[in-house]
Design a protein around this ligand. Structure first.
Ligand code: SF4
Ligand code: SF4
Length: 359
């Protein structure tokens, strides 16, 4: 057991020690076993390696049901606060598994990193943009976008950012897989169950009644807003790839009419994202800070704001593509999209949720 060996040699972080203490209490109590996938997974162990604790922390969806129902929660002397302990631990794992390693420290300053990246990428696109002719900048003629930022520049920068994000995610997953001693092969039923959990956000259901966003009352709103954001994002992704097929297979050059497939998918997806992000922000702003990790909350905010700006500039670009504002909007939109790809190399709060069934 590699993780256990490392555990013996390397002094553990305060987060791991705290996580182990709480998980061992929960394993004796087991009152919350119906709330989420974490508790059945806890029950499979008597002792917990650092890899086990990282795995459990990333399985937690922060629904907070266990916090409000726990007889050992503050002000009890045990001060058991599992959602906060897992949030702190998750942040540690983001840093530990991140690739490339020197960028890991950015996770501690994620909000600043996200803003600086978005700004730099926007300036880069604006700098590379040609000075558009009056007719190109404010027209809906085929190729109007490429009159602002050339096709080669757009594909080279976006493609490089996308490939870097894929590689960084794959390396992060590999680090997580090794540290948690996950099996070398997954069987089809486990994979199917994991995908079903992801696409239905089953674990945000908090055992069926929803999350405890503000107090001990349950609500499904967080789950619904997550669905809106998640499926909106997928629709926007589908819009981009439909446009690529139109252009590179059929030779139809953008911008496309309002009633074309790429524009319809992008409009519905962008609107769904805005609704989801606004709802999630509202829940976070009004939530009980007791079970929250301040640092992770900052990261959540920075992701959500960046996603909001990406969706809003995409819709604005659509609405104002025949005006002189199109050039500036395109540079900002592309800059934010590229910085999102780069920032997504961290295990984003909304994408890391339960991709693996309990062992
Ligand atoms: S969170 Fe509290 S009530 Fe729930 S299993 Fe742990 S110790 Fe028991
Ligand atoms: S906060 Fe919710 S998901 Fe996390 S351990 Fe508690 S009950 Fe499970």
């Amino acid at each position: 057991m590699r993780s256990a060996e490392v555990h013996l040699r390397v002094p553990e972080s305060a987060g791991l020690q705290q996580g182990r203490r709480l998980v061992e209490i929960c394993n004796a109590c087991r009152y919350c076993e119906g709330y989420c996938a974490v508790f059945p997974a806890i029950e499979l162990r008597r002792q917990f390696t650092s890899g086990d604790l990282s795995y459990l922390a990333n399985l937690c969806h922060d629904c907070r049901a266990c916090y409000y129902s726990c007889q050992y929660a503050p002000p009890h002397e045990f001060a058991l606060n599992l959602p906060k302990a897992f949030s702190d631990l998750r942040l540690e794992t983001y840093e530990r598994y991140a690739w490339p390693r020197p960028l890991a420290a950015l996770f501690r300053r994620n909000g600043i990193a996200a803003s600086v990246l978005a700004l730099l990428c926007t300036v880069l696109f604006a700098w590379m943009a040609k000075t558009p002719s009056r007719s190109a900048a404010g027209s809906e003629n085929a190729g109007a976008f490429y009159a602002v930022v050339s096709e080669g520049v757009m594909i080279a920068i976006s493609g490089a950012a996308f490939l870097f994000a894929l590689l960084a995610l794959a390396m992060g997953l590999r680090n997580f897989w090794r540290d948690t001693n996950s099996p070398s092969a997954l069987d089809a039923p486990s994979l199917l169950a994991a995908f079903k959990d992801v696409f239905t956000l089953r674990n945000l259901g908090g055992g069926g009644d929803g999350c405890n966003n503000h107090d001990e009352s349950f609500s499904q709103t967080r789950r619904y807003f997550h669905h809106s954001l998640f499926y909106g994002f997928l629709l926007c992704f589908a819009s981009t790839y439909t446009a690529a097929v139109y252009e590179h297979i059929f030779g139809w050059i953008s911008p496309y009419p309002f009633l074309s497939l790429p524009v319809l998918l992008g409009t519905v997806g962008g609107a769904a994202m805005l609704v989801g992000i606004a709802g999630l922000l509202q829940i976070k702003v009004t939530a009980d800070p007791g079970p929250a990790s301040k640092l992770l909350l900052d990261i959540d905010y920075s992701f959500l704001v960046l996603l909001f700006v990406a969706a809003a500039t995409g819709l604005l670009l659509l609405a104002m593509r025949s005006t002189a504002a199109m050039g500036g909007l395109l540079a900002v939109h592309l800059g934010v999209i590229v910085s999102l790809f780069l920032i997504f190399t961290s295990p984003a709060p909304s994408s890391r949720r339960a991709t693996i069934s309990p062992r």
